[in-house]
Design a protein around this ligand. Structure first.
Ligand SMILES: [Zn+2]
Ligand SMILES: [Zn+2]
Length: 158
């Protein structure tokens, strides 16, 4: 991402923190900035590795707690993969996910039809819905090519 893009993201970050009365500290800024730079749904471990290059004294626990707090105020999204550690999504735009069940890759995609999906009436009535995302599961291109031809990918044709 361009430097500019990161700065724009940081503006959004500062605004969001103010709205939720969260103090903006250099540590929190650094953690958020590294998350933006990592993109592609980093794990806590990956975020910690990246941040500790800049802030050598930071602890894993601090990174973990800070990222958890970002998620609670809706700044980032927790992505629940089928297996493996939690991952985090820093892209605030409405987008959808494809999970590879073999290698765990999460791929972002846009699809207007999914954006416009209507919500079930009783969900709307009983809860307040804050976001919406469609998740597709399967085998990614790489994993599908690696599978032997004798085991068909078993695509789901909806
Ligand atoms: Zn894969
Ligand atoms: Zn995503």
């Amino acid at each position: 991402m361009q430097q500019n893009g990161i700065n724009n993201c940081l503006d959004g970050f500062i605004e969001h923190c103010k709205k939720h009365r969260l103090k903006i500290t250099p540590q929190r800024c650094a953690i958020y900035r590294e998350m933006i730079k990592l993109r592609h749904h980093p794990t806590i471990e990956e975020i910690f590795q990246a941040v500790s290059r800049e802030l050598t004294n930071i602890s894993y626990d601090t990174v973990n707690r800070t990222v958890g707090m970002f998620a609670r105020i809706g700044l980032i999204d927790v992505v629940k993969a089928q297996s493996g550690p939690r991952r985090f999504d820093t892209d605030p735009r409405l987008h959808h996910h494809f999970y590879c069940l073999n290698c765990g890759t999460i791929i972002d995609f846009d699809f207007e039809d999914y954006d416009n999906l209507s919500l079930p009436e009783d969900m709307k009535k009983n809860h307040s819905i804050l976001s919406k995302r469609v998740v597709l599961n399967g085998l990614c291109k790489n994993c599908r090519e690696k599978k032997s031809p004798s085991s068909p990918p078993g695509d789901l044709n909806i």
